[in-house]
Design a protein around this ligand. Structure first.
Ligand code: NAD
Length: 266
């Protein structure tokens, strides 16, 4: 895309990005601001991190937000409507991994043992991943639809994961949460297109972000396959998210775009 086109794609738009303190969310916030958004509200549970990102943006405002807290999500969207009168685009990138489970997988690989995680997964680990990834997505979708339905327009992009398709051994809670994110987003997409709202998902493969930095080296090197693309950059995933948020993808509804550099097809 050349510079001229970039300037106009999101001109005048009011945009909310969750998980915007780091990785893909931060890249999406920067890109949408650079492409003319009138307001970019950047929300993240990491309040300091999102302050730093907001300061870089011309029309950025930081909001501390835990997406697992339904009332807090509603309050942020209501604030946006009060301040700007509309909400055109929501990109939901907030999500968590499980560094402890990753370590169990890595240890097993190093020691040449079978991976045994499920029987060691406690309720707290299961709930943390599903509350943030799946419940959080529901909270964000619901609040966004409440804001957009009366206007009859809007675009919502959710970051899912390739892990929902090629479920990683020893990572069942994460895979299940992301499969739920895909199905939830697709069901909502089919419902709300009648109100002019488009919901789509990008499902990234390994991407160089804060989350990837928490992956032990033995697992990371498992993804280094010279026959496929290396780890994606957050900007490459942001490009796809912005395409889904833009008018260029007007006929995409409930799509789950697998963006994994050729690791597998779905
Ligand atoms: N990095 C990868 O390889 C990869 C691959 C596939 C999917 N994903 C997904 O991409 C999305 C973005 O992750 P990333 O890779 O940029 O990681 P990241 O850790 O760099 O960014 C995720 C952001 O979400 C925030 N966050 C976590 N819990 C939150 C909560 N409860 N409320 C609000 N914000 C919260 C974090 O503070 C962080 O800023 C996530 O949904 C992740 O599951 C990542």
């Amino acid at each position: 895309m050349d510079g001229n086109e970039q300037g106009v794609r999101f001109e005048g738009r009011v945009v909310l990005v969750t998980g915007a303190a780091s990785g893909m969310g931060a890249a999406i916030a920067r890109q949408v601001a650079a492409e003319g958004a009138r307001a970019v509200v950047v929300a993240d549970v990491n309040g300091d991190g999102v302050e730093t990102v907001a300061k870089e943006l011309t029309a950025g405002r930081a909001v501390p937000l835990d997406v697992a807290d339904a009332a807090a999500v509603d309050a942020v969207v209501e604030d946006v409507l009060r301040e700007h009168g509309r909400l055109d685009v929501v990109v939901h990138a907030a999500g968590v991994d499980d560094p402890q489970a990753k370590q169990l997988i890595a240890d097993a690989l190093v020691e040449g043992r079978p991976i045994e995680v499920t029987d060691r997964l406690d309720d707290a680990a299961w709930r943390r991943v599903t509350r943030v990834n799946l419940d959080g997505t529901f909270h964000v979708l619901r609040a966004a639809v409440r804001a957009m339905r009366p206007v009859g327009a809007g675009a919502i992009v959710v970051i899912g994961s390739s892990s929902a398709f090629d479920t990683p051994v020893g990572y069942p809670h994460y895979a299940a949460s992301k499969a739920g994110v895909h199905a939830l987003s697709q069901a909502v997409a089919k419902e709300v297109i009648a109100s002019g709202i488009r919901v789509n998902v990008v499902a990234p493969g390994p991407t160089e972000t804060g989350m990837a930095a928490r992956t032990p080296e033995v697992l990371r090197s498992g993804f280094a396959d010279p026959r496929v693309r290396p780890y994606a950059t957050p900007e490459e995933i942001a490009d796809i998210a912005l395409f889904l948020a833009s008018e260029a993808s007007v006929n995409l509804v409930g799509a789950v775009l697998l963006a994994n550099g050729g690791r597998f097809t779905a």
